[in-house]
Every structure is written in structure tokens, then in C-alpha cells.
Design a protein around this ligand. Sequence first.
Ligand code: UDX
Length: 447
Amino acid sequence: MRIVMIGSGYVGLVSGACLADFGHDVVCVDKDAAKIEKLRGGGIPIYEPGLEQLVASNVAAGRLSFETDLSAPVAGADVVFIGVGTPARRGDGHADLSYVHAAAKEIAQALSGFTVIVTKSTVPVGTGDEVERIVREANPDADFAVASNPEFLREGAAIEDFKRPDRIVVGIEDERARAPMEAVYRPLYLNRSPILFTSRRTSELIKYAANAFLAMKITFINEIADLCEKVGADVQDVSRGIGLDNRIGPKFLHAGPGYGGSCFPKDTSALAKTAQDFESPLRLIEATIAINDTRKRAMARKVIAALDGDVRGKRIAVLGLTFKPNTDDMREAPSLSIVQALTDAGARISAYDPEGMELAKPMLPDIDYAASPYAAAEGAAALVIVTEWDAFRALDLKRLKASMASPVLVDLRNVYREEETEAAGFRHVGIGRGTATLRHEMRQAAE
Ligand code: UDX
């Protein structure tokens, strides 16, 4: 298949490279000339494990190339994907579709022969209809069908997610789109990944419903974690205990400082807005959004409480700034609210992140950036783990304790168990570890 991917950002670049790896002929297009220049030179504008090699091998094989102008590639294409950004629109939480609409208009002028135009960006229900209308209006003679094919990949595991998806969802209104879409994903369904054909609007909604459900699942376990702290129970055992029930499933039940990233916050708010517009409000999702926002600030209060209510003038080491490990992405990262609230309370922050510091610096300009977890911890009254990078899983606790002003560990991702940190002389505060708190209090009462 001859495929064009409009937009060489996260989704576009990963999808384009993976489709080329399946053996298709792929041209990735982006208006950003500097980005295309970098890609042509073998550079990768985003951090994603394995992507550089994947791009390089497919470029070398002649299956993947990069262009700034879509005209010639679109004219020769069987399938044109729209993978441009759909950021949250300022003010009202709706998705900003201006890039999608602009791409549709440009594609329309370049079409030649029957072409399937596919929205891969996360777009609100009804966008496929709008794309169809725009293309038809811009080029009344064009022969095309518009399909929806949402992407479910996670940052940090994007290639694996693309190549071994739980399912592929394709929404079509015109039967002529079915065969080309089957051909695009043939290597996957031969591998037994189910391909689900639905109506176009259904497919658009599936993407939002999936992300909203996952955000809700995380938020549920986060609230249960708070309750665990109060009643003396352990949230990790609760997660395991409920997750072993097949109807619930074990994933996305890891309690933490709240979800962040480029998708969950944006998509939950866009879905809630759509639901309000159609007078069918999604109250569970509205509550999820509100709870998650409050939670990030509550995490700073947890740190302050661990330092007996006062952090003024104290140094606090923050380990992990990105919204999750294996990415340099800082969008909606819980660290942003936590660091801000701690700074407001008078603390001085030293932060370390394996990949996120360059992007963090302009967002958090008033803190110190350290070269290692140990450098961050020097003189600190507390060490706070905000993101569970593997590099933080086997820290030398004795070495940390020796250089800190007071040995307090606030582990917002439950990377450590209190037995080991307490054995190393730390005061340990985890998430939803009420069992440990209870034992600690009982020990203190006995003493
Ligand atoms: C998500 C979806 O998983 C993916 O299918 C969709 O295409 C895009 O949005 P991503 O944002 O890359 O992917 O990250 P994900 O791994 O889902 O994590 C999102 C946030 O939830 C992170 O802040 C993470 O720390 C948090 N999270 C996740 C938890 O707090 N607990 C969990 O159990 C899982």
C-alpha cells in the first residue's frame, strides 16, 4: 500500500515508521521544515525507545521518507492518514480541530484516484463527517472515503503497542474503505489482533470512552488508596485482590499522584464537554477530572505533613518530573503542581529526572536541577519520588541518608516497601499504605 501520514508528531511518526516496517510505502509529511530536515538526517524529534532504529532501518530500506509538501505524495497514495495535533482549545476544554480541518482542505486539492482519508488523531464524534464535508466542498469531483482509525499507543511503549495492539478499531461509512484498511493492517490481523469495523461515529467515541475509562480506573484506585490510609489497609493488596477478578483486570490499578500526560487530561475534558453539549452529561468523568486535579495538589500537602507541617526554607529533593517513566514529556505532569505547591509553601526544590529536565526547565524555572538522584538529595529534608523511573528502583538508601538533612522518603509511586527503607533508617510515607502506618503507630504506642 502507498500510505501518506500527515503530521509527523508523536502519533504520526510512530505510526508511519511502524506501517513502513510492515512493508508499506510510507511518506510522512509535516509543515515544520526543521523537523523534516532533522528526520531526513536521521534525527528523531521526540524521545521514544526504539524509534530511532526503526526509522533508520525503514529509511535505509527505501520504504519511509519525509516531505514538507503533501501534494505529490497524496496524489499517489491509496490511504492518507491525518495524524496532526488536536490540542485542548483555550478556554472551553474542547479539542482544537483547526489542524485537522486545514489538513483536510489541503488533501482535497491533491487527491487523484480513489483514496481513503483516515483520521488517526483523537477527534471528537462527528469529525469524520466534517472532514468529508470539507473535502467534498474543496474538491467536488474527488473520489474518496473518510474512515476513523483511532490510535491507542502509550508513550514509552508506543512501538510495541502499535505492533501488538489489543485491537484495531476502524470506523467506516463507505464500504469501499474496508478493503484498503484491511490491507493496511493485514500483518496485524494475520497475527490475530482483532480488527473491529464499526460506524465512523462509534469508532470516534470508542477512543474517548477507552481513555476516559482508564482515567476513571486510576482515579478509583487513588481514592481507595486514600481510604486505605485512613482504615489501615494496603492499596497494593487491594489492587491485586480486585484485579485478579477477570471482570476487573489488573492493569491501571496502580495508585499514585494522579494521571497526567498529553491524552487523559485532554481527552476526558473533551469528552465531558461533548457530553454536555449533547445534554447527556458524563458525571463519572466529570468527577474523575475534578478528583484528579485536586489530587495533584494534595500530594504536596502529603509531603508537607511528612515534614511536620512546615517546609519553609527546607530543601526537598524531587525524583522524577515527567508524567510517567520512559518519556521526556512534561505535559500535565503531576510534578508541576506538586513542585509549585511546595515552592509556594516556602520549600527549595532540587530535582532530577533521567530524560525530562530539558523540557521541565522552562516550565519550572525557579528550582535547582541536579545531575543525579544523589546530588538532588544532598542536604534535603525529604526525598520525594514522583515518577517511577527504573533508575530510582535500587537507590543506595544508606548513601542517601548520609547526605540528607533528615531521612524522610515520600514515595508517591510505591516503589519501595517501608520495611526496607525503615531498615535503612528512613521515615517512609507511601500511597495507600495504611497497614504500615497502623503498625508504625502500634509500635510507637508500645514503646
Ligand atoms: C494513554 C493511553 O494508555 C493510550 O492508550 C492512549 O493512546 C494515550 O493515552 P499515555 O498517556 O502515554 O497513554 O500513558 P499511560 O501509560 O496510559 O499513563 C497515563 C497516566 O496515568 C500517567 O500519568 C501514569 O503515571 C498514570 N497511571 C497509569 C497511574 O497513575 N496508574 C496506573 O495504574 C496507570
